[in-house]
Design a protein around this ligand. Structure first.
Ligand code: SF4
Length: 330
């Protein structure tokens, strides 16, 4: 039964996609490498935020070989603003492997690349290698749970595996279009926030949630645990036109990236604050509630690295968590 419903859904979805798909930069001139770059950039990041970064990244690193030869600092700089910097480091490592051995041609080979999980491997295989491997992300879980009015908890790995198996049974020869069409439907019609636009949906006549008027009940999710709140003080220290930076620890949140000196709780007294502002940054499991202070110091204090505003803009990758305070860097 489930398979039959999906078999009917596939051609409707493909026909809809060919007409309504968005013109996105990674849908042009696709290679396995560019598909990998796009998929890694798109993990946990909005399409709108990725578009420009993707174009700039590929202009600088048009091939795995070009990326493999770059310094980590430069790669992180081009990743600036996208967050989750471990993805950039993994992509850099993957590029070195690809430059040496060529792009893998099997699911297992793609899955073995650094930073590539089942979803990303499935997407790259379907989109760029013509392999019928399902890629089940949050969009796909949502549209399928609605198509079936399935009240299983979609955060349960077994549900994801069941949907992947079902998709595998109906995968059409147009692997790239099918993979992207499922995600597209979830992104622009059966949307994650707010009511789905069933009137524009190619599945309106098949979707059990819609036919039962119960779209909002699906997907069913386990309650998320609350994020931990961390109060921190961010000190923008300035001395004669140079600014203090420090590197974050090599492990954990924003590992190894540059930041303005940051202290959990209160900061030491560096001097009178010339300006103060509050900002919040939300990570997956933690929220930073920050008090930022601009302070002029008399000397370039240790252990910080002191850089000009231009160096900060052009060379140092500063995570977007600190964006609220960069207006003080002039
Ligand atoms: S009919 Fe509505 S609820 Fe069902 S898949 Fe389409 S947009 Fe989503």
């Amino acid at each position: 039964m489930q398979k039959e419903r999906l078999q009917q859904a596939v051609p409707r979805l493909l026909a809809w996609y060919r007409i309504h798909k968005r013109d996105l930069p990674w849908r042009h001139d696709r290679t396995p490498y560019t598909a990998l770059v796009a998929e890694l950039m798109l993990q946990q990041t909005r399409v709108e935020a990725v578009k420009e970064r993707y174009v700039a990244f590929l202009a600088r690193f048009p091939s795995a070989r070009a990326l493999a030869g770059a310094s980590e600092e430069e790669v992180l700089k081009l990743w600036e603003g996208l967050g989750y910097y471990s993805r950039a480091r993994n992509l850099h490592r993957a590029a070195k492997i690809i430059a040496e051995h060529g792009f893998p041609t099997t699911f297992a080979g793609v899955r073995a690349l650094p930073g590539v999980g089942d979803y990303t491997a499935g997407a790259v295989c379907s989109i760029a290698l013509g392999l019928p491997v399902p890629a089940v992300d949050g969009n796909v879980l949502r549209v399928l749970s609605r198509l079936y009015a399935d009240d299983s908890n979609v955060d349960d790995g077994a549900v994801r595996a069941r949907y992947a198996a079902l998709l595998g049974e109906v995968y059409p020869p147009e692997t790239a279009d099918f993979c992207e069409a499922l995600m597209e439907l979830g992104a622009i019609v059966c949307v994650p926030n707010g009511p789905p636009m069933c009137g524009a949906c190619p599945w309106a006549g098949l979707c059990k949630a819609h036919l039962g008027g119960a779209e909002a009940r699906f997907p069913v999710r386990a309650k998320k645990s609350a994020r931990r709140i961390v109060h921190a003080t961010v000190c923008v220290l300035r001395c004669g036109g140079r600014y203090a930076l420090e590197k974050r620890p090599a492990k954990g949140l924003l590992a190894g990236l540059w930041q303005f000196p940051l202290f959990e709780g209160e900061a030491p007294a560096f001097g009178e604050a010339l300006a103060e502002k509050h900002a919040k940054h939300v990570f997956t499991h933690v929220e930073w509630h920050m008090t930022g202070r601009l302070v002029e110091t008399e000397s370039e204090l240790a252990p910080y690295v002191w850089v000009t505003a231009r160096e900060l803009r052009e060379t140092y990758a500063l995570p977007s968590a600190f964006r609220a305070f960069t207006e003080w860097v002039t």
